[in-house]
Design a protein around this ligand. Structure first.
Ligand code: MEV
Length: 323
């Protein structure tokens, strides 16, 4: 039986998480950590296993999930494909992922995208990017409730993007990071939900909009300046903007003592910018540093993280690698 195999990159938000949910822009990059989904045709009920996790279960022919609730987004993808007129077939799926879950690195959007591509290919159909984005983002709605779409855009299209909710990709930055500077991800290992901080920030912004609107505007302006800094190869300014963005995220209540410790340790060890990435209150920190400081920084944060590592931008989004 032939297998359809797809991979999808994870993502890191350089600027604009949370603010993007209420209409500001976000600057996001796909990263070289990948989720892989292998699918082969089988009978109903279909089976999904996520390697190295407890997530496993079945989906019945009428799209009910038996087992882990984390499989609900995949049932949603199937129901959308059905509503698009596809005749669904039973299957066996195996998910394996280098992207840690609940770490702010887009693991759910990536698994949804790779699953969608593999499943559609099993049905003999090649999804286009727009369809792939829609399927991944609809799955994200099941996982997180109120996603802006930034994660699904990053994993679908790859590269460095400026994204706006309900508009989509505003621009794609074709600049490559210079070898002299690197991005490092430090994962606090503290698992957190996306939906709770997103809801809290929305409540806060409703309550104090006359003040918060200025913070949202500042976050939006940072993206214009960040875009300029990346295009000009001005990494010092890029780092300063990341630090300012972190201050804004702290002011809306999504940082934490553990994240601040990682951020300050990395700045003291030579980082020029460090901020939380994703929903916050746990998850990961993104660090910009001269490449000759990487080891020093990783050494200084290792007390306080689950892992820390240099990452690179993935210029391509989710794709079928074997069918
Ligand atoms: C999550 O990666 C980013 C948030 O802004 C939520 C979203 O945009 O969907 C916190």
């Amino acid at each position: 039986m032939t297998k359809s195999i797809s991979i999808s990159p994870g993502k890191v938000i350089l600027f604009g998480e949370h603010f993007v949910v209420r209409g500001s822009k976000a600057l996001v990059a796909a990263i070289d950590l990948y989720a892989k989904v292998e699918i082969e045709e089988s009978s109903w009920p279909s089976e999904i296993i996520s390697e190295g996790t407890e997530i496993r279960g079945k989906i019945t022919a009428d799209l009910k999930v038996i087992g882990s609730k984390e499989l609900e987004p995949f049932a949603k993808i199937l129901s959308i494909l059905k509503s698009w007129g596809f005749q669904l077939s039973g299957f066996k799926a195996r998910i394996s992922s280098e992207i840690p879950m609940s770490a702010g690195l887009g693991s759910s959007a990536a698994s949804a995208a790779a699953f969608s591509l593999s499943y559609a290919n099993m049905l003999g159909y090649k999804l286009n990017d727009k369809e792939l984005f829609t399927l991944s983002n609809e799955a994200e709605k099941v996982t997180h409730g109120n996603p802006s779409g930034v994660d699904s855009a990053a994993v679908t299209y790859g590269g460095i993007l400026i994204f706006k909710k309900d508009v989509g990709i505003i621009s794609r930055l074709n600049t490559l990071f210079s070898d002299k500077y690197s991005l490092i991800i430090a994962d606090s290992g503290i698992k957190r939900s996306t939906s709770v901080p997103v809801r809290d920030v929305l409540i806060l912004s409703e309550k104090l909009w006359p003040a918060l609107s200025l913070i949202y505007d500042a976050a939006d302006k940072i993206i214009d300046l960040g875009n300029e800094a990346i295009s000009n190869g001005d990494y010092e300014t890029l780092g300063t903007l990341m630090n300012i963005n972190q201050g804004l995220l702290n002011s809306i209540g999504v940082s934490s003592i553990e994240l601040e410790e990682i951020i300050y340790r990395s700045r003291l060890a030579g980082a020029i910018g460090a901020k939380l990435t994703g929903a916050g209150r746990g998850g990961s920190v993104i660090i910009l540093a001269p490449s000759n400081k990487i080891e020093n920084i990783i050494d200084r944060v290792k007390c306080c993280v689950k892992w820390a590592s240099r990452i690179k931008i993935s210029q391509t989004g989710a794709r079928l690698i074997s069918s």
